[in-house]
Structure formats: C-alpha cells, structure tokens
Design a protein around this ligand. Structure first.
Ligand code: MG
Ligand code: ZN
Length: 382
C-alpha cells in the first residue's frame, strides 16, 4: 500500500512536471519565462535522491534469489522493490566478468579487464561514485562480509592493476576520507609485508575511531558521528554466515543511521553480501542458503530505513552469477534440487532491484556501467 501510494505520488509529480514545462515553453514565447523554475522542477521530476545504498550480492543471479521461493518462504526483502531491471555483466576482455571488473563498472561507469580495481581498460584510474560523493560533501561507507580490501569494496576506493595487491589497496584507502569501513582484512593494515607501516596508527592519527573483533563486539560499539569509524571483523576473511557470522544486518542498520548523522548533505553506502559468491564457487547449497538469508536481512534493514527516510535510493544487484546454478526437479513432486553447472562465474545477466527516489531509472536492460550513470543521475550529479 505504501509502495502504491509512493508510485502514484511520483506519477502525479511527473504529470505535473509536464504541465509546468508546457506552461514554461508556452510562456517563454510571450517573454514570461522564469529563470529558475525549469531547473528545479526538472530535478525534482527525475526523483533526486539525497542518499544511495548500493547492495551487491556477489555472484547472486536469479537462481540464487529464487532459492527463497523454492524453500517455500513466503516473503523476502526482494518482494518489496517496485522497479526491476537486468544488467549485462561482461567485462572489457571477457564475456565472463570477475568481481574486480564488475565492481569497477558499477563504481566508475567503465568496462575494464578482469582483475582491475578502479582503472579503465587502458589502465587509467577512474573516479568512483564513492569518491565523487565524498568530494561533494556526502558521507561514505563500505560494509562487507569479505576482507575490506577484497575486489568488490576495493573497486570503490582503490586504483590498482591487480585485485590481489591487498596491501597496496589498503594503502589506497589511506588517501580517502571514507567515513565508515566494516569488514575483514585487518592484517593488510597492521601486519604488512611490503612495508612496516601500521595503517591503523595512520587511521587513528587521521581521527578515525578504529575497533576490531579481537577486543570488541560490533553490536556493542556505539560509534560517535563526530568521528570516522572503522571496524575490522576478521584478520583476513570473516566466517561464513552458517558459522555464526551475524554482523551484516546489524552493520547495515547502524551504517545508514551513522552516515545520515555524519553529513547533512547525504551519503553513499555500498553493502556487499560477499560470500554468496564463495558458496557458489564451492557448489555448497547450504552455505548459499545462509549467505542469502543474511544478505536478505541486510536488505530489509536498509529498506526499513529508506521507507522512513524518504530520500534514499536503494539498489540491490550483483556483479555476476556464480556456479551456473539450476533449480531442477527433485525426487519428489514439488521438490527442487540445486544443480551447479560450474565452479566459476557465468555470463548470465543479473537482476537489479530499485526503491526510492530515482528508482524508475533502473527499469530495463542495460550494461553494468549504466548502474554508475543512473546512480549519478538519481543523485543529481553533473
Ligand atoms: Mg566480492
Ligand atoms: Zn567469484
């Protein structure tokens, strides 16, 4: 009902915009054109979002999402989105992308080669949506269930020819003013092999509040909005959801509220369900179920915030599908079995779900690079 009302309201706004535009065009011939009205009206009609939350389920294709419905669950966060689209995930050098090129496409709007982090296909660094949001005074954050220097989060903040250069990527993080980081990979900051720098000291010198899993429980730390906040959830990779890793939904809820308080100008946040991909590489349906439920809970937390907030565009998508997952006939009638046809990534299109101001931009079929363009458009960046 709420969605319906929202949709109708938006429709009326669009309709009104056309009337206003016609009046302005008509008026201009009579020398009555206002200097300011057209811009503000147009901006409003395109549904400007103050905040964007981009949720990426790594390796999450349509079959992975369909597991919710074959498990006879009645409802998931995915059911709430009024706008759906599909993105084509191929990279600049391969029909089957990896997470580095896939995330770079969404972060920078550039197709690049597999393995590249925040570089275009010629190797030139590209400015990411997160960096641009930061420049515009918005607060920014990354929340993941992998290490924070893993390909997907890295592509939003680092610029590196190879995704495996974890210590270089951690070094690039020091060049930014990102407000919030939650994920694993602590060892790439404080036990570096390439140099003796302790980047956690560097973060603290730069007025970051830094916490980690060894001394604190994330759910018991109350971050002050007066400081940037980093929480390391593991030395390297966090555990799978099925082994009691539960922080993602909590971090999502805390993250949106924290970032909202951090800047009056809005925020950009990327949240990744990183291990959906790993479950599918391993062809393990049980692991996949745990990761999907965890990611779905995070989606619901963000939607709850966005519904209250009214100025937040929420996008849920993937970088690619992993495992060539098929949902096939089981032994019994009404039973479905999971069949993986690959232990790698596939070239299948992946779905895009959108809610909030600017959501309508995300309907249709487009390249992964368009996610970047559409987010910028929704945010009113030019
Ligand atoms: Mg990833
Ligand atoms: Zn993968």
């Amino acid at each position: 009902m709420e969605l319906l009302r929202h949709g109708l309201k938006h429709h009326n706004v669009k309709y009104l915009t056309w009337i206003v535009l016609l009046l302005i065009i008509g008026g201009s011939t009579n020398g009555m054109m206002s200097q300011t009205a057209p811009t503000s009206t147009l901006t409003f009609s395109s549904g400007t979002a103050k905040n964007v939350v981009l949720l990426i389920g790594d390796g999450m294709g349509l079959a992975q999402i369909s597991t919710f419905y074959t498990d006879k669950k009645q409802w998931s966060g995915f059911d709430e989105f009024p706008v759906l689209g599909f993105q084509k995930t191929y990279s600049s050098n391969n029909l089957v992308t990896d997470s580095a090129a896939g995330a770079t496409a969404m972060a920078c709007g550039k197709k690049t080669y597999n393995n590249a982090i925040g570089l275009d296909s010629t190797g030139t660094p590209c400015i990411t949506i997160l960096e641009e949001a930061e420049k515009k005074g918005k607060s920014t954050g990354l929340i993941v269930t992998s290490s924070i220097v893993h390909a997907t989060p890295a592509a939003f903040l680092a610029h590196c020819s190879s995704r495996n250069q974890y210590e270089d990527i951690a070094g690039d993080f020091m060049k930014t003013d990102v407000d919030l980081l939650i994920g694993g990979g602590m060892q790439y900051f404080d036990r570096r092999k390439m140099d003796n720098h302790d980047l956690i000291d560097t973060l603290k010198e730069r007025d970051y509040a830094v916490f980690d899993f060894r001394n604190q429980n994330l759910q018991k730390v109350v971050p002050s909005p007066k400081k940037n906040f980093v929480f390391f959830t593991a030395d390297n990779q966090p555990l799978p959801a099925s082994q009691d890793r539960t922080y993602l939904p909590y971090a999502a809820k805390m993250g949106v509220n924290f970032l909202k308080q951090r800047s009056e100008k809005g925020f950009f946040l990327m949240i990744e369900g990183s291990q959906i991909d790993w479950a599918c590489h391993a062809n393990r349906a049980n692991l996949l179920a745990g990761e999907m439920q965890d990611f779905d809970s995070a989606i619901r937390q963000v939607l709850e915030f966005a519904k209250r907030d009214g100025e937040t565009l929420v996008i849920v998508t993937a970088d690619h599908e992993t495992g060539g997952l098929g949902l096939i006939h089981g032994n019994n009638k009404n039973q479905v079995e999971y069949a993986f046809t690959s232990n790698g990534h596939t070239a299948a299109m992946v779905p895009v779900f959108a809610y909030g101001p600017g959501a309508e931009l995300f309907s249709g079929i487009y390249d992964n690079t368009a996610i970047y363009q559409k987010m910028r458009q929704a945010l009113g960046f030019n």
